[in-house]
Design a protein around this ligand. Structure first.
Ligand code: SAM
Ligand code: DTB
Ligand code: SF4
Length: 364
């Protein structure tokens, strides 16, 4: 039986986060070694299968249609394009492809059918397939599972309190409900968040309470440092310090001993020494490839050089869980229900989101 603790309180987490740095690092590294091979790091490649034009108002996101950013939008990629990119990722040592779509939620129809075909195609390449498509219903999660999805990424992003300062077009409970829907299948849950959005340490601890009290805890947890993109409401946020990043990674490792902690967005701002501290503190996954979804990421060759220098090895696919079976579309036991789920729209006013929207209108 797992001894993982599921009743972390905010105070307990704050006490860990605020420990003297060396104590924190030592404790996190000890937990890490007990639960993982410290020289193995899982490598995922992101693929933005549908870029930009999103209806949501997420204050951090360059893909929200209402802000003026200079990203290039794209309709849904073809299955063949996705297959070519997945093969490329595999050849550079990635074990997982994570397909992201700038959608509020999944809608049944041709586009979702195409995504299901992408999942089947990548699973047949013997790579782990992850999707991040916004909110999903139980039936949609089951269809993804049946196609061979390995993981679903759906971030809580911050504490419930601070979430309201960043997004007004959906609520925290929608995110938790989606995670619940994914949990009704054998797809693993990937959920984490962003630091550097102007939140305080209590918010960081609050997010970790929400994640660590899920039972089971997420199988992977991305910790993103905000990439402050011009035109978004958070464009003026100062880069998060490496010390905060290490503290966040270490605390995540301690409260979620078995999760794969992913050092996610923001690595272009980090030195190799900084990243090495994160790996020591328990990070054991990265996004590789010169692009995240729309913003830059370190070059793959540089990452592989860093791995060599640190003696790290990329994790093989399906190390933590067996490969799911793919059921072909014609043999599916689920049909598109065409549901109209009631995901919320709180629509409260967030001043900086309104200001960024007004600025975008003036430019257009
Ligand atoms: N549309 C889907 C959704 O929001 O769930 C999936 C894609 S969305 C881009 C996935 C995640 O990327 C967000 O939850 C957020 O954690 C992260 N993200 C987006 N923009 C970011 C930024 N500028 N800096 C850091 N992380 C970011
Ligand atoms: C996650 O937590 N981070 C990734 C992935 N999950 C989908 C996305 C980071 C996006 C950074 C901003 C961009 O490139 O658009
Ligand atoms: Fe849309 Fe996702 Fe970006 Fe929010 S984070 S604006 S839902 S793509």
């Amino acid at each position: 039986m797992s001894a993982t603790k599921h009743n972390w309180t905010k105070q307990e987490i704050l006490d860990i986060y605020n420990k003297p740095f060396m104590e924190l690092l030592y404790e996190a590294a000890t937990v890490h070694r007990k639960n993982h091979d410290p020289n193995t790091v899982q490598v995922s490649t992101l693929l933005s299968i549908k870029t930009g034009g999103c209806s949501e108002d997420c204050g951090y996101c360059p893909q929200a249609a209402r802000y003026h950013t200079d990203i290039e939008g794209n309709d849904l990629m073809s299955v063949q394009q996705v297959k070519a990119q997945a093969l490329r990722a595999k050849s550079t040592g990635s074990s997982r492809v994570c397909m992201g779509a700038a959608w509020r939620n999944v809608k049944d129809g041709e586009e979702f059918d195409q995504v299901l075909e992408m999942v089947r195609t990548i699973n047949k390449l013997d790579m782990e397939v992850c999707c991040t498509l916004g909110m999903v219903t139980e039936n949609q999660a089951k269809r993804l599972a049946e196609a061979g999805l390995y993981a679903y990424n759906h971030n809580l992003d911050s504490s419930e309190e601070y979430y309201k300062e960043v997004i007004s077009t959906r609520g925290y409970q929608d995110r938790l409900d989606t995670i619940d829907n994914v949990r009704k299948t054998n797809v693993t849950v990937c959920s984490g968040g962003i630091i550097g959005m102007g939140e305080n340490i209590e918010d960081r601890a609050g997010m970790l309470v929400a994640l660590s009290t899920l039972n089971p805890q997420p199988e992977s947890t991305p910790i993103n440092a905000l990439v402050a993109v011009e035109g978004t409401p958070l464009e003026d946020q100062k880069p998060v310090s490496i010390w905060d990043m290490v503290r966040m990674v270490a605390t995540t490792r301690i409260v979620m001993p078995e999760t794969q902690v992913r050092l996610s967005a923001g690595r272009t701002q980090m030195s190799r020494e900084g990243q090495a501290m994160c790996f020591f503190a328990g990070a054991n996954s990265i996004f590789a490839g010169d692009k995240l979804l729309t913003t830059p990421n370190p070059d793959v060759n540089e990452d592989m050089e860093m791995f060599k220098m640190l003696g790290l090895n990329p994790q093989k696919p399906f190390t933590k869980k067996v490969q799911p079976q793919t059921v072909e579309a014609k043999d599916s036991e689920f049909e598109a229900l065409g549901e109209k789920p009631k995901w919320t729209r709180p629509e409260h006013t967030i001043e900086r989101n309104e200001a960024a929207k007004a600025k975008a209108k003036a430019v257009k």
